[in-house]
Write a protein that binds this ligand. Structure first.
Ligand SMILES: Cc1ncc(COP(=O)(O)O)c(C=O)c1O
Length: 394
């Protein structure tokens, strides 16, 4: 049985009617940039997030969404921005696009989100913003982050690229901080058929500023009040996204069902994801930890089960950011996690049988190849909960 990591082709086949109609409507309209489809999608996404009108601004990508939020908040080269290093590098690209310096914070070992206890020690007079990343589909501890931000006069930009539809204390991710930045990269929980993103905000003033910055900084055609960029969500992508918004809740429910199935089958074998209190995880990724990552990954691949690592090199150790002078060992929990994490196939179109096949394959790996080393998993890293060992296995 083949289990792909994702399957965008079958996603299209399933929703072909809605997607084709959306694309055909735009092509026939002759209106391709900043038109009615974008306006309609922005309204739909505001409703999805539970926001009033004029709070969502579509843009070119999730990276740009973070950039636009930071730019709207006045972040510039003189500032520092706190962010986890354990994230997709675009979080950091967006910070750098403002000219600001990223300051990396370690993660909580079980949620993989920014460790709030370590934030205040990194705040300096230059700190202007915090970018918590709701990694893998669950939110960071937003109440405490907001409290720290308000004590120090900082802006909070939620990186919701992986958390569309996740909630914190019942509130949609992205609407808890000052700004929320969403990615509609095709494989995301709500995906375009190309690049796309959106930023949401709290006030009409922020919205007006974001609208200008995404379109060269102009208030009306050829009149530019502020500096801006070109970051627009085009009409075709907006129409495709608009056609799918109604399905996101159901897709996320299916992701949660699949995750529960994985949990039940794997919890005695490997470290399974933990859903933190106050938070509804939407499992953009289902990430386990194992001490035998490379071997397990090859074993699964031999059985046609595709897996990935999100992410193998943390931002602070990427060559691109070597000038920031973080050495190995500076963020120990991040560095420990990246050695052990493995993302299993996770998308709403997966069948229960496919999940069971992945579970059986992992059980087989431990049974046939690793039984003698299983017990060592209990003696791992003092700072982390060790892999649970099934005494029954083998
Ligand atoms: C956590 C995180 N932040 C930002 C981004 C950037 O989004 P995009 O690829 O739409 O620019 C991504 C997407 O890969 C992401 O996963």
């Amino acid at each position: 049985m083949k289990v792909q990591f994702g399957d965008l082709k079958s996603h299209y086949t399933t929703y072909k009617e809605q997607i084709d109609a959306a694309v055909a409507r735009v092509l026939a309209s002759g209106y391709f940039i900043l038109g009615p489809e974008l306006a309609a999608f922005e309204r739909q996404f505001e409703e999805f997030l539970g926001l009033p009108e004029n709070r969502v601004v579509g843009c070119n990508s999730g990276t740009d969404a973070i950039y636009l939020a930071l730019a709207a908040a006045g972040v510039g080269p003189e500032h520092e921005v706190l962010a986890p290093s354990h994230t997709a590098v675009p979080t950091i690209c967006a910070i750098r696009s403002t000219g600001a310096t990223p300051v990396f914070v370690d993660i909580c070992p079980r949620s993989y989100t920014i460790d709030v206890d370590q934030i205040e020690a990194k705040i300096t007079p230059k700190t202007k913003a915090i970018v918590p990343v709701h990694l893998y589909g669950q939110t960071a501890d937003m109440d405490r982050i907001n409290a720290i931000a308000s004590r120090h006069g900082l802006t909070v930009v939620e990186d919701c690229a992986q958390s569309t539809g996740a909630t914190f204390k019942g509130q949609q991710s992205g609407t808890v901080g000052d700004y929320g930045a969403f990615s509609f990269y095709p494989s995301k929980n709500l995906g375009a058929f190309g690049d796309g993103g959106a930023v949401c905000c709290k006030t009409k003033e922020d919205y007006d500023r974001l609208i200008k910055i995404r379109n060269y900084g102009q208030s009306k055609r050829y009149y530019n009040d502020i500096e801006g960029v070109n970051s627009r969500l085009d009409e075709i992508q907006a129409a495709i996204l608009g056609a799918q918004v109604e399905f996101v809740k159901g897709w996320n429910e299916r992701r949660r069902e699949l995750a529960a199935r994985y949990d039940a089958g794997l919890k005695e074998l490997v470290v399974t994801p933990e859903e933190t209190p106050d938070n509804e995880h939407v499992y953009h990724l289902y990430v386990i930890e194992t001490s035998y990552r490379e071997e397990l990954q090859s074993f699964l691949l031999e059985r046609d089960v595709q897996t990935l690592i999100h992410y193998p090199v943390p931002a602070h150790l990427q060559d691109a950011y070597s000038y920031l002078n973080y050495s190995k060992g500076s963020l120990p929990r991040t560095e420990s996690a990246v050695e052990r994490i493995l993302s299993l196939p996770m998308y709403p179109g997966l069948t229960d049988d496919q999940i069971d096949f992945v579970i059986e394959s992992i059980a087989e790996f431990y049974k046939t190849r690793k039984v003698e080393t299983l017990h060592k998993e209990q003696h791992l890293d003092v700072d982390r909960k060790p892999d649970q060992v099934a005494s029954s296995v083998g």
